[in-house]
Design a binder for this molecule. Sequence first.
Ligand SMILES: CC(C)(COP(=O)(O)OP(=O)(O)OC[C@H]1O[C@@H](n2cnc3c(N)ncnc32)[C@H](O)[C@@H]1OP(=O)(O)O)[C@@H](O)C(=O)NCCC(=O)NCCS
Length: 206
Amino acid sequence: MWERLLTHVRRLAARGYDRRMGRRDDLRDQDRGGIVIRGPHLVLRPLRPSEIEAEYQAMVDADPMTIAEVPDESAFKSRLRRSGRLEDGTLDLAIDLAGESIGRIQTFVPPRRRLRPGVFTIGIGLRADARRKGHGREALALLTDWLFEHAAADRVEAPTDPANVAMRTVFDRVGWTLVGTFEEFGRDWVMYAITRAEWHARRTVR
Ligand SMILES: CC(C)(COP(=O)(O)OP(=O)(O)OC[C@H]1O[C@@H](n2cnc3c(N)ncnc32)[C@H](O)[C@@H]1OP(=O)(O)O)[C@@H](O)C(=O)NCCC(=O)NCCS
């Protein structure tokens, strides 16, 4: 009787410990398989099924300046159900801070452009209350490094609105450069990029 009670108390204590450390979800993410990228403060990991609806709502509510268009709901949600896997140039990861998702970072294939092999396009969005705390910069640096180190990237690029000062500053801080402007979806975009040679040169001086 006492032994069973003691075992029960120990189990509860262990659960509390796991919750404090955010470890239970972390272990579940690993159990599900998929890509996990760890940084000093953030973990980029597969989205949990319970997070998919909030991701779609984030797209619906997004400032139109920050997205090309609101995606088709069912295609978007089924893409997020495959989160954590790099398939045909597409990868979606939650940006996790202390066990909670604060946004999403992804590679995607633009619908109206063909990408050469080795070229990846990145997109990122943080919840409003998670912005301007250095997380965008860390998340972009982590995924950029991972694509060059593990996905044979030759060049990593991303478009943004010319007026998106936050995104442009993050590109700048992470060592990307402005490589051009173009028109798509009836509006102007600036394109930022980093090549493998530039990334390598930057790493050697870090
Ligand atoms: C764009 C975004 C990812 C940037 O991430 P973030 O975490 O807010 O940016 P950081 O805190 O890492 O900031 C990095 C630098 O940019 C600067 N910065 C960030 N937001 C800024 C803003 N709104 N105006 C001016 N500078 C800004 C920071 O001061 C910091 O500069 P520093 O290195 O001199 O300190 C984030 O703001 C976001 O999700 N915005 C909405 C979605 C979006 O625009 N996505 C991009 C679509 S292409």
